[in-house]
Design a protein around this ligand. Structure first.
Ligand code: FAD
Length: 646
């Protein structure tokens, strides 16, 4: 008898080589459904600055731990002196070769990332002379050594400083090297505009003859004012920016096509609750109260939006739309709005200085052109037109498209024991909430002892890591989640569902920046797939006949309802609808990563002066609305320097 082979247990990171591991673990053999460079022009190509034998990078010692406050003070003073002496070469020398300086408006009056000392030096040379700085001081949280993995550690330092125009913050991540402490990343960001604080609270007593209520109606009708800013779209992004502008004393009008603020959530499918715990979703100036459900039901979110608009006294015209928009060579807008659609409708033309598009990242619903659909006797609808599974009990349903909305839709049918099949064209990135939330959301945002974190502080840290280093860290996090979810993924594959690791192997991280989808945080549907309540079919539709849908490979199948959860076109379609082709054609590409690691167009220069794009998740809305509102205030006050676009 031959001696039995000694089988070495696989190292966790080597799972992709395990013979009997799920197919998706052998990722290198899988054709990637989204190419690494899809909507991603950024090339950083530096590994994490890890320490280890023979390396120039060192671990922090116990002495460093004890003295971190002094180290932070000393380093910040050095940074202050170098910035004040405008010594761009010395500034660049503070950075590692893989170092990045990311700036949001503080120096550049734009969103910019400068990767590597060479680019950092050039930017500092151009920007330091026009940006005198002062009043550097450490702020909360106190300096701390971050050690997410055993082979990497950095000293995180958060500080405040002023320029001649603004109050700003900085977040430094220092790496210890044989030559002393070096900057891995520096993030500088606008926090306030000197001389223009947020307006103080009103007294609130009735003065003169007008009640609060009458005054609200007058304000809402814009009887005596012309708005300086028009915001198109009254979802959370539109409301967040309007609330921030109002706090800075700027009159803004929100134009919303739905009947009521909040209908954008009320009109989505009834099964929808938000996909992540609400911990990071609080609105500016208006956090959710205690006992808020962990996963906010869509209807409740709709009501919250309406309460918010009312509580913040935001001027919203619902059931309204832009019927014409043009821009003079001077940059002045002329925007005609139709208010109402019924008997009382009227139009009014405004001349705002700025227009903000907040109609979401989703352009128009994408409906694939499938021949023969007009002859099909069953029902075909895009997921945006689908409300509930309840009236389809006893019928046969096909859900096309395996992203979040597709999963939710298929699961709603399964819950009601409807015969449902899920049609998958290409692999999807999956993760369980149990494994992902503690790694990607909880550390900064989960309430501790029933107390919410300080959101400004959490946001400051959350947005401080430049995209290159963040991608390297997220690749590791995605690997950890993947390894922890091994059983789930194997079972999904056994059920016929195909899974992959996400664009650039970063799970949902890069997909969020590019496709804004293509992933699913498992909210229950995976179990229904594993136990067969949702059947899985691979392929895509090629045609309809009178009573069936034909899938590739000439597979003819019969369904009563086909739901196309096939996503949306690019946001530019929505921009085009509002401002017309002539202006939209001057707009930069929207979303996706640019060459230096900033998202295209969102919250920054759009290519059209006075036209801005306010988009993103609740977190994005809260954080970026403040930056954009301050930038617009500076522009309206005539104080904003030219953006640094070199
Ligand atoms: C299933 C699902 C789960 C999600 N879960 C989370 C989560 O847990 N956490 C999170 O942060 N995000 C989540 N999101 C993502 C994100 O928050 C939403 O997509 C959000 O709705 C985007 O907000 P918005 O304000 O940009 O756009 P929307 O909410 O779409 O609002 C845009 C508004 O503009 C209006 N509008 C559009 N065009 C016009 C026009 N031409 N004229 C006038 N008005 C117009 C629309 O009627 C709408 O009211 C989820 C999304 C989905 C689909």
């Amino acid at each position: 008898m031959a001696p039995s082979a000694i089988i070495e247990p696989p190292a966790p990171k080597e799972l992709s080589r395990v013979q009997n591991a799920p197919l998706a673990y052998r990722n290198d053999t899988l054709e990637k459904p989204v190419a690494d460079d899809y909507m991603y022009a950024f090339k950083y190509n530096f590994p994490l600055p890890t320490f280890g034998k023979g390396k120039d990078i060192l671990d922090f010692s116990n002495d460093d731990e004890r003295e971190k406050e002094e180290i932070a003070q000393r380093f910040m003073r050095t940074l202050e002196l170098i910035s004040q002496s405008r010594d761009s070469a010395a500034f660049a020398e503070l950075f590692l070769d893989c170092g990045v300086w990311r700036d949001k408006i503080a120096f550049t009056w734009e969103y910019r990332s400068f990767n590597t000392p060479q680019n950092i030096e050039q930017a500092a040379k151009d920007l330091f002379p026009r940006t005198p700085t002062s009043n550097y001081k450490l702020i909360e949280p106190a300096p701390s050594i971050q050690r997410p993995y055993p082979d990497i550690a950095w000293l995180q330092i958060v500080y405040a400083f002023d320029t001649n125009l603004i109050g700003a913050s900085g977040v430094l991540n220092l790496i210890k090297t044989k030559d002393g402490f070096k900057i891995w990343t520096l993030h500088t960001a606008i926090e306030s505009l000197i001389g223009h604080p947020e307006i103080p609270n009103r007294d609130g007593h009735m003065i003169g003859d007008k009640s609060w209520h009458d005054q609200r109606i007058e304000d809402d009708n814009l009887e005596l004012v012309e708005p300086e800013v028009i915001v198109v779209g009254g979802g959370h992004c539109g409301l967040h920016i309007a609330a921030r502008l109002k706090a800075l004393g700027i009159d803004a009008l929100v134009v919303e096509r739905n009947q009521r603020i909040g209908d954008n959530w009320r009109n989505r499918y009834e099964y929808l609750s938000l996909h992540l715990p609400h911990w990071a979703d609080h609105f500016p100036y208006f956090p959710f109260p205690d006992h808020w459900p962990t996963y906010t039901p869509a209807g409740k979110m709709g009501d919250w939006l309406e309460w918010y608009a009312s509580a913040m006294e935001i001027t919203t015209w619902t059931d309204s739309s832009v019927v014409e928009a043009s821009q003079a060579d001077t940059g002045e807008w002329e925007v005609t709005i139709q208010r109402g659609t019924g008997d009382y409708k009227y139009t009014r033309t405004f001349r705002p200085s700025q227009v903000i598009i907040a109609t979401s990242l989703a352009g128009m619903p994408f409906v694939p052109n499938i021949p023969g659909v007009e002859n099909f006797k069953g029902t075909v609808r895009h997921s945006t037109q689908h409300d509930s599974a309840r009236e389809w009990v006893g019928k046969k349903v096909l859900v096309v498209g395996t992203s979040s909305s597709g999963f939710d839709t298929a699961y709603d049918f399964a819950r009601r024991n409807v015969d449902v099949t899920f049609l998958q064209r290409s692999p999807t990135y999956l993760m369980s909430l149990d494994e992902s939330v503690p790694r990607i959301l909880a550390p900064l945002y989960e309430p501790k002892n029933h107390r919410k974190p300080d959101l400004d502080s959490a946001d400051r840290l959350n947005y401080s890591m430049p995209v290159g280093p963040a991608e390297e860290l997220n690749r590791r996090v995605a690997q950890d989640i993947w390894n922890a979810d091994v059983e789930l993924i194997a079972e999904m594959e056994r059920a016929g569902f195909r899974v992959w690791r996400g664009q650039r192997d970063t799970g949902s991280h890069t997909l969020g920046y590019t496709k804004n989808g293509g992933f699913y945080f498992d909210a229950g549907a995976c179990k229904a797939i594993i136990n067969g309540k949702i059947k899985v079919e691979q392929g895509y539709p090629v045609a309809f006949t009178e009573d069936s849908i034909v899938l590739n490979g000439n597979r003819e199948q019969q369904y009563d309802l086909v739901v196309l959860a096939t996503g949306f076109s690019n946001t530019i379609d929505s921009v085009r609808n509002i401002v017309g082709e002539k202006i939209a054609s001057r707009c930069n590409p929207i979303w996706g990563m640019d060459e230096e690691g900033e998202l295209n167009t969102a919250w920054k220069t759009s290519g059209v002066p006075g036209l801005w794009l306010m988009v993103g998740t609740f977190q994005h809305g809260r954080y970026h609305s403040k930056k954009l509102a301050l930038r617009i205030k500076a522009i309206l006050e005539g104080k904003a320097p030219e953006p640094y676009l070199r």
